[in-house]
Design a protein around this ligand. Sequence first.
Ligand SMILES: CSCCC(=O)C(=O)COP(=O)(O)O
Ligand SMILES: [Zn+2]
Length: 216
Amino acid sequence: MSGALTTEARQQAWMRLAAVKEQFAARGWFPATSGNLSLKVQEDPLVFLVTASGKDKTESGPDDFLLVDGDGQPVEATKNRPSAETRVHAALYRAFPEVGAVFHVHTVANNVISELFFAQGRVSIGPQELIKGLGIWDEDAVIEVPIVENVADIARLAEAVARVANPRVPGVLIRNHGIYAWGESPLAAKRHLEAFEFLFQYRLALLQCRAALVGV
Ligand SMILES: CSCCC(=O)C(=O)COP(=O)(O)O
Ligand SMILES: [Zn+2]
């Protein structure tokens, strides 16, 4: 099936994903081999390029990515395993056909926010200028980022993420794990992820300042 993809299309997808991976690595967004990235290369049937599992994603090589189908199975012979979380990517592509890229990173800010607000099932953010980075331009917009429990069963995790995912707010937090963010293109998914990370860091800094000011 992947034979239908031209070599040029594959190479282009590889280069685009590799560029994002390199940029996120430089920011320290892949601690201890965490994180995974994908880029859709074919709509129907679904085929996407995804990071190989368990690799040091700050390094680059010919085994960094592999093509998988909608069930997360490699579509060609490979000695590499797709990301253990490939099903989450597939669930998001299935939920939102317009999505072209899905990025997942573990950062301290997204983990702390996910734990602080887990009991509410979401974190409300705004008004904040950078919400526009999510493509939401309403005056004084307030968004709610859903938070799901972190479960080891990836099929259940994928189901939970897809169930709460809101096409207007392109991200879902997983408790004490990380965030999945997506977009129509790698550029859009990257912008969304950067906006979420800014908004989480801002919220944490604000909470810390307020706590420090109590009693002053
Ligand atoms: C050491 S990180 C644990 C697994 C994880 O959450 C992750 O994002 C990386 O898994 P992958 O299989 O994509 O390398
Ligand atoms: Zn993860």
